[in-house]
Write a protein that binds this ligand. Structure first.
Ligand SMILES: Cc1cc2nc3c(=O)[nH]c(=O)nc-3n(C[C@H](O)[C@H](O)[C@H](O)COP(=O)(O)OP(=O)(O)OC[C@H]3O[C@@H](n4cnc5c(N)ncnc54)[C@H](O)[C@@H]3O)c2cc1C
Length: 371
């Protein structure tokens, strides 16, 4: 055991969730250590498209939708704080997202989605074909229907994670890359720290934020949380000047970045811990992208990559305390971890401080998997 001051909390995993928790907990005055087995932001959080879009698919009110809305509300302050503390601007774009569709059944679904969301007081504007053309002239005219969601934004998640990493360090958290947690340390019925290849690290609490690998972390008498990876591939074009807005449609989205790149995503594949970019992934995503915005066919191919989304058996994240004292989970954010980072960090920090998390956490209770 190292003869150092015992940390208040060890956070396992340096993706957006772990980095956001480290920042929030350090800001609250806790002594934080953040352990990452590889590079900070090197997994799903760096691979994501950066959509902050709880509304794009929401046809009914459920706990995950409400959590997404709550997190989106926190984003302007979250992004401002990271930019100020780190000097890195994560480019929160206030442009709003267009959910586009063709005439017929898809358009009727947009009508219903818009009415439902407006009934909750959310901004969701059904556009005429003319208005849509004005906003997005390069869109294939077959897509004549649109719902404009002015508050569904985007962020540059790669810059954001780098910013969070810098902020966490400046706030006094101790960050260690290349530090793989092997197992939990348990003493007198509570989690007392973690074991790494370099030795044991004691802490008052441990937060597992290890993304798709969270299910690999266990300890004496503590079973791992069931979790698995869902591969997502992205094809990137650019520089390109179209589309102007993020475009979302069934099975495909396009996200324009500040630097002129356009990301086309994404696949959802159960292929284990395999981050291969496949021929069929490239071809399907490119075809969908060009169908939406044909002019992208003239844009240079820029790059392609894949990341592993962290999933749980019911597709909802696990956020909160485990049965064993001293252990918390913040994982399983699947397709929405970038969106959900601010609210997750706030909840976990409040739990670490023994404060009221401020919302009903039962739908996300990790213990639902820990029978
Ligand atoms: C292609 C794609 C597009 C996406 N688009 C969006 C989007 O537009 N909007 C959105 O909100 N979400 C999106 N997501 C989902 C989002 O990326 C994830 O939900 C989010 O990044 C999860 O963050 P995380 O920190 O939990 O996981 P990760 O970013 O995977 O981080 C977990 C970290 O834990 C580390 N780790 C694992 N095991 C250990 C260990 N034993 N010891 C130490 N460290 C360990 C890993 O190396 C990793 O860096 C997308 C995902 C993909 C793949």
């Amino acid at each position: 055991m190292r003869g150092e001051t015992i940390d208040d909390v060890v956070v396992v995993g340096g993706g957006i969730i772990g980095c956001a928790i480290a920042c929030e907990a350090a800001r609250a005055g806790l002594r934080v250590r953040l352990l990452e087995k590889g590079a900070f932001g090197g997994e799903a959080s760096g691979a994501a498209a950066g959509l902050l879009c709880p509304q794009v698919e929401a046809d009914r009110s459920d706990p995950l939708f409400l959590l997404g809305l709550a997190s989106r509300d926190l984003y302007p302050e979250f992004a401002r704080q990271v930019a100020e503390e780190s000097g890195l601007d994560p480019a929160l774009s206030p442009r709003g997202t267009l959910v586009v569709a063709r005439r017929g059944a898809e358009a009727e679904a947009l009508d219903r989605r818009g009415s439902f969301q407006r009934s909750l007081g959310l901004a969701a504007e059904r556009l005429s074909d003319e208005a849509l053309r004005r906003m997005e002239p390069a869109l294939n005219p077959d897509w004549s229907e649109a719902l404009y969601l002015p508050r569904d934004w985007t962020v540059d998640n790669e810059v954001l994670v780098r910013g969070l990493e810098t902020s966490a360090t400046r706030l006094g958290a101790r960050l260690q890359g290349g530090a793989r947690v092997e197992r939990l340390m348990v003493e007198n019925g509570r989690v007392a720290g973690v074991e790494t290849a370099g030795g044991g690290l004691r802490a008052g609490a441990v937060v597992i934020a290890a993304g798709a690998w969270s299910g690999e972390i266990a300890g004496p008498g503590i079973a791992p949380l069931p979790s698995y990876p869902v591969r997502g591939q992205i094809v990137c074009f650019g520089p390109a000047t179209v589309p102007v807005h993020p475009l979302f449609t069934h099975g495909c989205y396009l996200v324009p970045r500040r630097d002129g790149r356009v990301l086309a995503g994404s696949t959802m594949e159960r292929s284990g811990f395999d981050k291969t970019v496949t021929g069929s992934g490239l071809s399907a995503l490119s075809a969908s992208a060009l169908e939406l915005v044909p002019a992208l066919g003239d844009a240079p191919f820029h790059s392609a990559w894949a990341g592993l989304r962290p999933a749980t058996p019911d597709d909802r994240p696990a956020i909160g305390r485990a049965r064993t004292p001293g252990l918390l989970y913040a994982c399983g954010h699947l397709r929405s971890g970038i969106l959900l980072a601010p609210v997750t960090a706030r909840i976990v920090t409040r739990l670490l401080l023994d404060e009221d998390p401020g919302m009903d956490l039962s739908p996300f209770d990790p213990c639902r998997f820990l029978k």
